[in-house]
Design a protein around this ligand. Structure first.
Ligand SMILES: CC(=O)SCCNC(=O)CCNC(=O)[C@H](O)C(C)(C)COP(=O)(O)OP(=O)(O)OC[C@H]1O[C@@H](n2cnc3c(N)ncnc32)[C@H](O)[C@@H]1OP(=O)(O)O
Ligand SMILES: O=C([O-])CC(=O)C(=O)O
Length: 371
């Protein structure tokens, strides 16, 4: 037997959802550039789940279904008030809230295709309300119900802030949601597929995926990027800071990627947004600092910026709390996880690789009194 550390380069599934070929990302054959420039997040959800773009009626129906399903069971709202919310990371709260939502869903264990599609809508709708409700309850505020007629991105901001956001802010969140929606067999998506390949339910698959996304080598990197920028504080400190990190063999968050070698095609969209939004809010230093770090790491280590790098300064300029960055990533990636879970169910086989045993052999049991 031979092993590949971290399963690098191992092809572990077939998928019709997204592909990364020669550093180009596509969802169902549409380039990420095309989608980022033109699509709403709801269109992308429909595309990932149905493998085609919706017509007007189908899109309107999905938009309506999502808003109608955003309201949370009172038990989930009450549960946020039952623990010390100030000492809890929102990703841990999200992980638990989604698992809890499964207990309120009468169809949680119904494995039929129709029930799974209904649960897909409920999960995608409610994740936005969970993230917003957590944040408001933590701030000592009442939760805000979704508003009919608002898009997914606009409703999320409305439920989070208690007032409608301007067009530019909604556009920025919509684009971020489109860019983060799916990414082939990344760690959290693989986790969700491994989980449901045992024929466990969709709530279990999503809860497992949230757990994997939380780590700083994956989705947790966007929050870590902002912590780094805040630590650097001023543009002139950026290069000495990263030089020292590299000398100490520490990683620069938001840089590097397992699959992309020349560049992450999503980063340029977030970089452009970061430039525009930071300028609009007189926060240029976060963009300028990011550019300096990106250029230095590319030059010195040959590593490109990944999707998490510029999303940090984008969300910061929108005034979003730093620990909500990864939950917002999750909100988007729910669409991809659900698509992969449904695809796994369609053509399932238990996922069970082997491990090469490298421990001691031929040991003789020793009585406890003689150890
Ligand atoms: C949405 C996402 O999940 S995107 C990724 C988000 N994660 C991050 O931004 C965290 C920072 N980046 C990393 O830790 C890595 O680049 C990963 C986890 C994304 C990919 O990791 P892997 O493919 O396993 O690469 P690995 O960690 O083995 O690194 C290979 C080499 O590049 C170096 N390297 C990789 N990333 C970085 C980085 N961000 N900063 C400095 N050096 C790095 C490693 O130190 C290693 O160097 P060495 O060969 O001299 O020991
Ligand atoms: O694909 C990966 O390894 C990480 C990921 O989820 C992404 O880049 O969006």
């Amino acid at each position: 037997m031979s092993t590949t550390k971290g399963l690098e380069g191992v092809v572990a599934a077939e998928t019709k959802i997204s592909s990364i070929i020669d550093d180009q990302l596509t969802y169902v054959g549409y380039t990420i550039d095309d989608l980022a420039e033109n699509a709403s997040f709801e269109e992308v959800i429909y595309l990932l789940w149905n493998k085609r773009l919706p017509n007007k009626e189908e899109l309107t129906q999905l938009e309506k279904d999502l808003v109608e399903n955003m309201t949370l069971p009172q038990g989930v709202v009450e549960h946020f008030k039952s623990y010390d919310i100030h000492n809890v990371h929102p990703m841990a709260a999200l992980r638990t809230a989604i698992s809890l939502l499964g207990l309120y869903d009468e169809e949680a264990d119904d494995m039929s295709e129709e029930a799974n599609k209904r649960k897909a809508i409920r999960l995608q709708a409610k994740v936005a309300s969970v993230v917003a409700a957590f944040s408001r309850i933590r701030d000592g505020k009442d939760i805000v119900k979704p508003k009919e007629g608002l898009s997914y991105a606009a409703n999320f901001l409305f439920m989070l802030n208690g007032e409608e956001s301007n067009e530019l802010e909604v556009e920025a969140i919509n684009k971020a949601l489109v860019l983060h929606a799916d990414h082939e067999l990344n760690a959290s998506t693989f986790t969700s597929r491994v989980c449901v390949a045992t024929l466990s339910d969709i709530y279990s698959g999503i809860t497992a995926a949230i757990s994997a996304l939380k780590g700083p080598l994956h989705g947790g990197a966007n929050e870590a990027v902002m912590s780094m920028l805040l630590e650097i504080e001023e543009v002139d400190n950026a290069i000495p800071y990263v030089k020292e990190k590299i000398a100490n063999k520490e990683k620069i968050m938001g840089m590097g990627h397992r699959v992309y070698k020349t560049g992450d095609p999503r980063a340029k969209h977030l970089k452009k947004m970061s430039k525009e939004l930071t300028a609009l809010h007189n926060m240029e230093k976060w963009y300028e600092m990011s550019v300096k770090i990106e250029d230095y790491i590319k030059e010195e280590k040959g590593l490109p910026a990944n999707v998490d790098f510029y999303s940090a300064s984008v969300y910061h300029s929108l005034g979003i709390k730093h620990d909500l960055y990864t939950p917002i990533f999750a909100m988007s990636r729910f669409s991809g996880w659900i698509a992969h879970i449904l695809e796994q169910y369609e053509n399932n086989r238990l996922i069970r690789p082997r491990a090469e045993y490298v421990g001691p052999t031929k040991q003789a049991y020793v009585d406890i009194n003689e150890r």
